[in-house]
Design a protein. Structure first.
Lengths: 665, 116
């Protein structure tokens, strides 16, 4: 009993059911018992000819066969019935065999048919179940893969949107679109075409991963061409193509901006690919995204160009040459996708012989910042000549900004230097301090004279700092782009700048390049840089030569004079002209003043403001002849110099000539 | 002793004389240099090219001597040209003395040789 599979229920069912279960669980025993019962029932009729009972063995056989079939299935029942039929046919008389054998055969046939039917139904059921399970698994897998792919594509689509929103230049929009569109639908390459202004051609803007030509994307396409990119543009829809020379499959979509079609987007596949409805939708979406991004990039670039032109036009195209000062300025725009800022520098010659130096940085970027910068620049130029001292000039400029550009804010450093004494007066409106470099290379920061940025507080006062720039020393004024890095403090940036200034060359042009080189080594140029470097050069001693009155002395005189003029920063033409004028005057003296006598004459040169004054003095007497031998020489002197005075008295003749430096066109 | 200035003579063809002036030309050497060039400018020469592109200095006596030379050559029907590179300081002298009205200016030796 305990072996019965339903053991737990066995006590609650009746003995008949228990017996049936017992036989059901033992088909072999049931079969043997059935066969034995049939033998026991049928064999006695062989010897006792009981004709009156001849139906009995057949009936017993039928009952046993049906029972066996019910208990242990049609196979066991069939065997029992067939055995009974065989027994009756071999042992019984003719009538017995017929009466009992036929029903047994019928039972056997019925049970066999029943068994077959049951078996085939079972098989079918099992097969159906397996098939069903298989189909269910397959469907589940497909659904999951689809869900994953869709989710993946949505994620990637979102990342395309994000990436496009980060790039500002049209070229970057094109390359991002071409690359990401191909990724999104599993293509091997992508390309972006933009329609030309004439509207009859599509121009390749980006193709492939690198900027190399690819065979499947010609650099220009006729709008009417039989190319999927052209067709997508013409039909304003997604176009799918089968194998061609350069691709196995291709798909193209319209690039649509808010103002209309801008071009098309092409994706090619290396192996045959059926473009699904979902992929069509994806390509359409990327085309729309790219269109908006291209329009935004164009607007951005137009504004950037305007701002840059505005700003460049306000920076000095060349700095004036000022005696005792050598100056160089640079403006360096930030990276390609950074809007220009409102950085500027300027150098002004003031009426009292001092020189104003300014660097400023307007908060904000683009046209707005450049406009404020323009106003500050002209405002400062006006106040610099009418206010006394940098503190007052900067305060006036702050009120000016508050009045006309409320909301605008700027930092600024204004410094006035007297080239003769080297005295510096300066005021800083929240601007990083200037660096002072001593002739020995030591550096210090001009920390004084600091106050808040312009526009930060309503009516600030600006204290004035003072310092002195020795001869051979330099001043470095700059905007924060030169020192600031996002990853480090301003102090660290200033320390680095001081080190770079200390080890740099003393020539201002060279020092500018040296400092900007250090900035350019950074991976990203984060901000604009305005830089102004001024060196206070020692004034060459005034020129004084006593020259023997012989023609062969002229060449040496010219050489000495040219050298002196070069140290005054005269340019080539100025030096040539002044040397020629002095040589002509000396020639006249040699030829006309003394005749053959071996006397000497004096040549003197000095700087008066921006003028060079040359005087040739002899102790003889000669007069300028209008048409004579010296006529052409005097004509030359008058043409070469701004002013020529010739005076003769009893002690001799003097030719005094003046020429302004820095006025060569 | 190093010479102050010199004239280097070249005949690209028998009818052409190119005189390249070097160094400095002033009252000490102007007449002498003009004489040297004139001696080379024989009757066969129908084109005289004075090349000033290597000249560092020229004063009014040099201008006077060279104008004399050019006039003599032009009198017998030959062509005289001066080579003055763009932006050379010496060009001012040609403007001031109006020498450019007397002698056509070319920017390079080739241009002077090609000129009709």
């Amino acid at each position: 009993m305990s072996s019965s599979p339903e053991g737990g229920d066995a006590d609650r069912v009746g003995p008949g059911i228990r017996a049936a279960r017992w036989f059901h669980a033992r088909p072999g025993t049931t079969l043997l018992l059935g066969l034995t019962l049939e033998l026991v029932t049928i064999l006695p009729f062989r010897w006792a000819d009981l004709d009156a009972w001849r139906g009995l063995p057949g009936a017993v056989g039928i009952v046993i066969g049906v029972l066996a079939a019910l208990l242990c299935g049609p196979a066991v029942g069939g065997i029992v019935a067939l055995f009974g039929a065989v027994l009756l046919a071999t042992l019984g008389s003719g009538s017995t065999a017929v009466l009992a054998g036929i029903p047994l055969v019928v039972v056997w046939v019925l049970t066999a048919v029943l068994a077959g039917a049951i078996a085939s139904r079972e098989r079918r059921r099992t097969a159906d179940a397996i098939e069903g399970a298989r189909a269910a698994a397959k469907a589940a897998g497909r659904a999951q893969a689809l869900a994953e792919r869709t989710a993946g594509r949505m994620r990637r689509l979102q990342s395309v949107t994000a990436e496009l929103s980060r790039v500002a230049a049209a070229g970057q929009v094109a390359s991002v679109t071409a690359r990401r569109a191909a990724d999104l639908v599993g293509g091997s390459g992508g390309a972006l075409y933009a329609v030309t202004p004439g509207g009859d051609e599509l121009e390749l803007r980006s193709a492939g991963a690198r900027d190399e030509p690819v065979p499947w994307a010609p650099s220009a396409l006729d709008v009417g061409a039989n190319h999927p990119a052209s067709e997508a543009f013409r039909r304003r829809s997604v176009v799918v193509r089968g194998a061609d020379d350069t691709w196995a499959s291709a798909a193209a979509a319209l690039v649509r901006g808010a103002r209309g079609p801008l071009g098309s987007l092409l994706v090619v596949f290396e192996s045959a690919h059926t473009v699904s409805d979902e992929e069509r939708t994806l390509l359409e979406t990327v085309g729309d995204l790219a269109g908006r991004a291209l329009e935004r990039a164009e607007r951005y670039e137009a504004e950037r160009a305007t701002a840059e032109i505005l700003q460049r036009s306000l920076l000095p195209s060349g700095l004036p040459r000022i005696p005792r000062l050598r100056a160089a300025g640079r403006y360096e725009a930030g990276g390609p996708d950074v809007q220009v800022g409102g950085d500027w520098y300027d150098l002004l010659e003031l009426p009292d012989g001092t020189v104003g130096l300014v660097v400023g940085d307007v908060v904000g970027r683009g046209v707005a910042a450049a406009t404020i910068m323009a106003k500050l620049r002209s405002g400062l130029r006006a106040y610099a000549t009418e206010r006394d001292g940098p503190g007052e000039v900067v305060a006036a400029l702050g009120r000016h900004l508050d009045l006309y550009e409320s909301g605008g804010m700027a930092t600024l450093l204004y410094l006035v230097i007297d080239p003769r004494t080297g005295l510096l007066r300066f005021a800083s409106a929240g601007h990083p301090p200037a660096v002072l470099r001593m002739p020995d290379g030591e550096t210090q920061l001009l920390d004084g004279g600091r106050s808040t940025p312009l526009g930060a507080t309503p009516d600030p006062t600006y204290p004035e700092g003072r310092a002195r720039l020795p001869e051979g020393g330099s001043l470095i004024l700059y905007t924060d782009g030169l020192v600031e890095r996002r990853s480090e403090s301003l102090d660290a940036g200033l320390a680095r700048l001081r080190a770079a200034v200390g080890e740099g060359p003393s020539n201002p042009e060279a020092l500018c390049l040296h400092l900007l080189d250090a900035v350019r080594q950074r991976p990203v140029m984060e901000d604009d840089v305005a830089l102004l470097v001024v060196e206070r050069v020692p004034l060459p001693a005034s020129f004084r030569e006593s020259v023997p009155a012989r023609p062969e002395e002229l060449a040496g005189l010219r050489r000495l004079l040219a050298d002196w003029l070069t140290r005054l920063d005269a340019d080539d033409q100025e030096a040539f002209d002044i040397v020629l004028a002095a040589s002509e005057a000396s020639s006249n003296t040699i030829v006309h003043a003394y005749g053959a006598t071996d006397q000497a004459f004096d040549v003197q040169g000095e700087v008066q403001g921006r003028d060079v004054v040359i005087e040739v003095v002899d102790r003889g007497r000669w007069r300028p002849a209008r048409d004579g031998a010296n006529g052409r020489g005097i004509e030359l002197m008058r043409a070469l110099m701004d002013d020529v005075q010739i005076s003769t008295n009893e002690r001799g003749t003097s030719v005094r000539m003046r020429r302004r430096l820095g006025s060569t066109p | 002793m190093k010479r102050l200035g010199e004239a280097v003579i070249d005949h690209p063809d028998p009818a052409t004389l190119v005189a390249t002036l070097r160094g400095e030309v002033d009252v000490t050497n102007a007449e002498e240099l003009a004489r040297q060039i004139a001696a080379e400018a024989t009757n066969e020469v129908d084109r005289l090219v004075l090349d000033f592109s290597e000249l560092a200095f020229l004063d009014s006596s040099g201008v006077r001597a060279l104008i004399g030379l050019v006039r003599r050559v032009q009198t017998r029907g030959a062509l005289a040209m001066a080579v003055v590179p763009e932006g050379a300081p010496i060009e001012r002298i040609f403007e001031i003395t109006r020498m450019e009205e007397l002698v056509p200016l070319a920017r390079s030796r080739d241009e002077a040789l090609r000129a009709p």
